[in-house]
Design a binder for this molecule. Structure first.
Ligand SMILES: NC(=O)c1ccc[n+]([C@@H]2O[C@H](COP(=O)([O-])OP(=O)(O)OC[C@H]3O[C@@H](n4cnc5c(N)ncnc54)[C@H](O)[C@@H]3O)[C@@H](O)[C@H]2O)c1
Ligand SMILES: [Zn+2]
Ligand SMILES: [Zn+2]
Length: 361
């Protein structure tokens, strides 16, 4: 039996999102039906509605979600109804060439539900990042639902499902930030601030926050930034160097995703330093760098897909850090909103007024 619920839909490129009745099927083999409790509004949802990800409209938006398991399909052994979960957009398949080499955090064939959620007229929906959680019920592959401690409040826990994990993992996993490192983070939205928090927890000696919006820099201090740079006033490369004895930082994280921020990250590194790109560029962007500098500076130029996380390993760690008071997930929740307020939340995000608006269902 399909469940008739309301969902936030992006119908066409650039059009404001609409709240529409959708049909969510019961779970088939290996699938789980989730009662969504909370779902954060991420920049990637906006990228979808702008047509910057692909043209598979209509999209069911929302992908930073927590909830409880309502029902599981045949053969699902990792979950039971009532389990408290955070949804992941990576559910390792166990069979692709990366999983078979023991690197499931890169899984090249991540699992999603195979039964489609649809509009009332039967039009299949493309769920954002294979989730689609601006709706009280959603259908996912059972592997996408990761059990976490139920004491975490849903609005905070759901954020671990995307932006916080991506930023935290960009520092902790991809950048391998370690005790004594100097770190710079360019772009202090939800993703960048999570990278700052992770660097601070890892014992970085200096954590330098760069943004063009002074409000973001104030928030960055709360997550552990030791120094801040207003990129609209000062040259970030020179400013990062002057804060690191003239050398540059050991790890520089680009949490914006523009050619200019990538370039800044490249030149703001110390010799043998690591650049981590976690901000997502759009398809028309490109970058040119002197090859002798790429060689001569050494180190590593890395991109971070979802913070190179293994959700079943990393989500419970982040939730435990939160419950111990070491990772301030509540600090990312700027406001809680209703399901009808997602379009307005996009505008607040564009105006830089929030780290995260979180839909509560
Ligand atoms: N790699 C992944 O797996 C992954 C996962 C989630 C999100 N993302 C991406 O990460 C990026 C950041 O996401 P977010 O939710 O934090 O977005 P956001 O809009 O909340 O934050 C972006 C921040 O960058 C700042 N900024 C813009 N231009 C700048 C510049 N030239 N210099 C310095 N700062 C600048 C903005 O003021 C803002 O604070 C987005 O591109 C998003 O799509 C990537
Ligand atoms: Zn795989
Ligand atoms: Zn996201």
């Amino acid at each position: 039996m399909a469940h008739r619920v309301q969902g936030v839909i992006a119908r066409s490129k650039g059009a404001p999102v609409t709240l529409e009745t959708i049909l969510v099927p019961d779970p088939g083999p290996g699938e789980a039906l989730i009662d969504v409790k909370a779902c954060g509004v991420c920049h990637t949802d906006l990228h979808y509605r702008e047509g910057a990800i692909n043209d598979d409209f209509p999209f069911l938006l929302g992908h930073e979600a927590s909830g409880t398991v309502a029902a599981v399909g045949e053969g699902t052994t990792n979950l039971a109804p009532g389990d408290n979960v955070v949804l992941a957009w990576r559910a390792p398949c166990g069979e692709c060439r990366s999983c078979l080499r023991g690197r499931p955090w890169y899984c090249f064939n991540s699992l999603n539900a195979s039964r489609p959620m649809t509009l009332e007229d039967g039009t299949p929906l493309s769920p954002a990042l294979g989730i689609g959680a601006f709706t009280p019920k959603t259908l996912v592959a059972a592997g996408q639902a990761v059990k976490v401690d139920p004491r975490a409040r849903p609005e905070a826990a759901g954020l671990v499902g995307c932006g916080i994990m991506a930023g935290f993992g960009a520092a902790a996993n991809t950048g391998n930030v370690s005790r004594g490192d100097t770190v710079a983070v360019i772009g202090c939205g939800g993703v960048g601030n999570a990278a700052i928090a992770a660097s601070s927890i890892a014992g970085a000696r200096k954590v330098i926050a760069v943004d063009v919006d002074p409000r973001k820099l104030e928030w960055a201090k709360q997550f552990g930034a030791t120094d801040t740079i207003d990129g609209s006033k000062d040259d970030p490369v020179e400013a990062i160097k002057s804060l690191t004895d003239g050398f540059g930082a050991d790890v520089v994280i680009d949490a914006v995703g523009l050619p200019e921020t990538y370039r800044e990250a490249f030149f703001a590194r110390d010799l043998a330093g690591t650049l981590v790109q976690v901000g997502v560029p759009s398809p028309e962007m490109s970058i040119e760098l002197p090859l002798i500098e790429v060689f001569g500076r050494g180190g590593a130029l890395k991109s971070s897909w979802y913070g190179d996380c293994l959700p079943t390993r990393d989500f419970p760690i982040l939730i435990d850090l939160y419950l111990q008071g070491k990772l301030d997930l509540d600090g990312f929740v700027s406001e809680t909103i209703g399901i009808e307020d997602v379009e307005e939340a996009f505008h607040k995000m564009e105006r830089g007024e929030v780290l995260r608006s979180v839909v509560v269902l």
